[in-house]
Design a protein around this ligand. Structure first.
Ligand SMILES: C[S@@+](CC[C@H](N)C(=O)[O-])C[C@H]1O[C@@H](n2cnc3c(N)ncnc32)[C@H](O)[C@@H]1O
Length: 231
């Protein structure tokens, strides 16, 4: 498991993940997301934007039947490799949002999506941008994840995702309600303010509709795991 450029490896509990080039290593948000993914053995789970397969592998090890997707081909290869490294099987698929699962339904649809509000002149089209950038207000991928959830959940199924406080907790609950999902906050956690957030702080302030950011330089940010339940 070595090559000329070296290999980044991430250990978590009794699992090991290879972090390949261009695919984000698990971050505070990934760990928070996984800790609050209440997935049961036998459930069918879809993770949109699975990256190197951290949550997807842990869910498969807990006995879930997992479909994991990403728009970045290297991420799909990484999640397949990480599933094999950890002795589980994942159905890893390449594609945008729900495109890889057209008519399929799941007990749990989940995502720790790219959600950093991004000024239009900072948009890029590379794997790092795909992992971070959430469009002008941070909701670009999430809005589509929410809109498509009712058609991809079984009755009683759950959509679960993370948001930074500056995307707006009330906004998240209202969006779920408008999509016909019963919303609730599953968990909150205060994390270190993300480095990329400092780089675009003025833009974050301009899009912070629920006025969550302090006037000085923030050093912490609250993060939420949010659920919408169908029926
Ligand atoms: C913040 S990273 C999270 C990765 C991983 N789930 C985790 O928690 O560590 C977001 C992931 O979503 C993927 N992504 C971005 N836009 C997407 C889209 N439209 N459809 C599917 N995946 C997408 C990115 O390539 C990236 O792997």
């Amino acid at each position: 498991m070595t090559d000329a450029a070296g290999t980044l490896v991430y250990f978590y509990r009794d699992c090991v993940f290879r972090v390949s080039d261009g695919v984000q290593p698990p971050k505070a948000g990934s760990l928070f997301f996984c800790r609050h993914l209440d997935v049961r053995a036998g459930e069918r789970m879809l993770e949109i934007g699975a990256g190197l397969g951290f949550a997807a592998v842990l869910a498969a090890r807990a006995g879930a039947r997992v479909v994991a997707t990403d728009v970045v081909p290297g991420a799909v290869e990484a999640m397949r490799a990480n599933a094999a490294l950890n002795g589980v099987t994942l159905d890893a698929r390449l594609g945008d949002c729900y495109a890889p699962v057209r008519d399929e339904r799941f007990d749990l649809v989940c995502s720790n999506p790219p959600q950093m509000p991004t000024p239009p002149d900072r948009e890029r089209h590379d794997a790092t941008a795909a992992a971070d950038n959430g469009g002008p207000d941070g909701w670009r991928v999430l809005d589509r994840v929410i809109a498509g959830a009712p058609a991809h959940l079984v009755p009683g199924g759950r959509l679960v995702f993370t948001i930074f406080a500056f995307l707006g907790c009330k906004t998240a609950l209202a969006k779920l309600d408008a999509a016909g999902l019963t919303p609730r906050i599953v968990a909150s956690e205060v994390q270190t303010f993300p480095r990329i957030g400092y780089e675009r702080l003025e833009h974050l302030r301009a899009t912070d509709a629920e006025a969550t950011l302090p006037s000085g330089l923030p050093d912490r940010v609250e993060r939420f795991v949010v659920e919408g339940r169908l029926g």
